[in-house]
Design a protein around this ligand. Structure first.
Ligand SMILES: [Zn+2]
Ligand SMILES: [Zn+2]
Length: 534
């Protein structure tokens, strides 16, 4: 009887301990703040049972030892001195980081026009002792900030561009700060700052000789339009980097191991013959007719494309007045798919439709590539390292006031009033065909292995690219996510600098996923479209 109770108790305790330290889904269940008190109760109960059953003291002592050992082991990640140092550094920087993110939030500058935001980040980096190179990749607002020398070279991305028309105050209802002006509807005011804070904490460790190598922050403009990273890659700025860290503001927190959609942007322009729309229309050849035939063709074609494909267009010019047959029209077209090869096929067909429309309307046409981006090459090895650090960091706590703010945003945007998602998601399976958007981080992920993070900076279910993201990103909900992201990125970079094997493993997965594909950026020759006519 004694041995039965003893064995049962052992099984109970060992299973619990096993679950506690594995990545099994049940981990999510046990990784609650109550887990340790619960564990203590189980151990005490088991010990009492064993004493009552007069089990050998050996086993009781073993259980009590587990009681002591477990919290020590559970804290191991943060007990690493370098990890404690980066957390300390980010906490010391946090007031400055919040100030910097608010400053960029207020500037709210759009693609390629982010001069003040870029300068704010570059000067912060310079003040911290980084070697800053401005205007890289032929883009005035792109820069790198580097510290240290030699291998490994760990890069970290920082975006800072805003979106047009989304100006918003930090209130939980739609109220523009300056009507019609841009706003940070994608949270990029937090993005660049968190990454730079993390880079700074690593720089301090290189400076004090804790480890060697190079930390390089990439100030990457124009993510929302044109995709600035393409020209930074073209300039060779990622050629020597071993691993790149990246994050994005979100409504949930997780190691992001999903791909994204590849896309291409191109302009179609039609040139016809102007004429009086009533007096002599037979002399006219309408560029606007061609444009309508083109969009009709695209919309017919939609029935025959795969569900993973997206086609959008934005008519930019379709004549100026009603009594003139328009001799000029212009339309911006975007084709996406979860795979570049799939996107290419649709792109080819859409170009044929553009040509067919020109023939039908008897006008000339011109197609101009703006730029295109690759889907993201995920990295689960890096994701797993990041995941461990998220779990060591634990969840983000919010005040009642912040929870109330979130619910008001949800009410105002007709979302479920579920508040803020404070949990850390388990690492998900990598979807074959992901839903969602695109990012020029995709191109970076094809030239260097890229570890990606998503952190809650806005209420759950907030419509993205909207005033609600601008509101949350300019106040404490956004700030908390930013500081948290900074810590998670820094902790993972400590892992990379301390363990060359981790870098090797991350690279091995990168080469395996990339196969023999030779990366080629989808950009036209010549300089980036800094003064693109819209
Ligand atoms: Zn974004
Ligand atoms: Zn965006």
């Amino acid at each position: 009887m004694n041995s039965v109770i003893r064995d049962l108790n052992l099984v109970l305790i060992l299973s619990y301990t096993f679950y506690r330290f594995t990545d099994l889904p049940i981990y999510r269940f046990t990784d609650k703040p109550i887990h340790y008190p619960l564990f203590v109760i189980i151990v005490i109960y088991a010990s009492l049972q064993m004493i009552k059953a007069k089990t050998s003291m050996k086993y009781t002592t073993f259980l009590l030892l587990l009681l002591i050992v477990q919290p020590v082991v559970a804290q191991e990640a943060i007990d690493n001195e370098n990890k404690q140092a980066v957390i300390g550094s980010i906490e010391n920087q946090s007031a400055n980081l919040k100030k910097l993110s608010d400053e960029i939030w207020e500037h709210a500058e759009i693609a390629f026009k982010e001069s003040q935001s870029s300068e704010a980040l570059a000067s912060y980096a310079e003040a911290q002792g980084f070697r800053v190179t401005r205007g890289v990749g032929e883009i005035p607002t792109a820069f790198t900030a580097e510290y240290g020398s030699g291998k490994p070279v760990v890069g970290i991305l920082g975006e800072f561009d805003a979106l047009p028309g989304l100006s918003q105050k930090t209130v939980p209802h739609k109220e523009p700060l300056i009507a019609g002006e841009p706003g940070h509807g994608c949270g990029h005011n937090l993005f660049g700052v968190a990454s730079l804070g993390a880079a700074t904490s690593i720089k301090e460790l290189i400076e004090s000789g804790e480890f060697g190598g190079t930390i390089r922050f990439y100030g990457t403009p124009a993510e929302e339009k044109f995709f600035g990273k393409l020209w930074m890659i073209r300039a060779g700025l990622f050629d020597d980097v071993d691993v790149v860290m990246d994050w994005h503001p979100s409504d949930e927190t997780e190691a992001n191991v999903q791909s994204s959609l590849a896309l291409v942007d191109f302009l179609v322009e039609y040139h016809g013959q102007a004429a009086h729309a009533s007096g002599d229309p037979w002399n006219g050849r309408s560029a606007s007719d061609a444009l309508e035939l083109y969009t009709d063709g695209i919309n017919m074609y939609r029935e025959h494309i795969k569900p993973t494909v997206r086609i959008h267009y934005h008519i930019q010019d379709a004549g100026k007045v009603v009594n003139v047959v328009p001799d000029y029209s212009k339309i911006w077209t975007r084709v996406r798919d979860t795979r570049r090869e799939g996107m290419q096929q649709v792109w080819d067909q859409v170009e044929k439709i553009a040509e067919g429309a020109a023939m039908m309307a008897n006008v000339d046409y011109k197609i101009t590539l703006i730029s295109g981006i690759h889907e993201v090459l995920p990295n689960r090895t890096g994701g797993a390292a990041l995941q461990k650090n998220l779990e060591a960091l634990g969840t983000i706590d919010y005040t009642e006031q912040e929870k109330g703010f979130a619910k008001q945003i949800q009410l105002a945007t007709d979302s479920d009033t579920v508040g803020i998602d404070m949990q850390i998601n388990p690492m998900k399976e990598t979807a074959e065909h992901p839903m969602g958007g695109s990012t020029d981080v995709g191109d970076v992920s094809f030239v260097a292995p890229t570890i990606r993070l998503g952190v809650t900076t806005a209420p759950k279910g907030t419509p993205w690219h909207s005033w609600a993201v601008v509101a949350a990103g300019g106040m404490s909900i956004g700030h908390k996510g930013m500081v948290y992201a900074s810590k998670a990125l820094a902790l993972t970079m400590v892992d990379l600098f301390e363990n060359p094997e981790l870098i090797d493993d991350v690279k091995a997965e990168f080469y395996e996923r990339k196969g023999d594909y030779v990366y080629e950026g989808m950009v036209p020759p010549g300089p980036p479209p800094l003064d693109f006519e819209q």
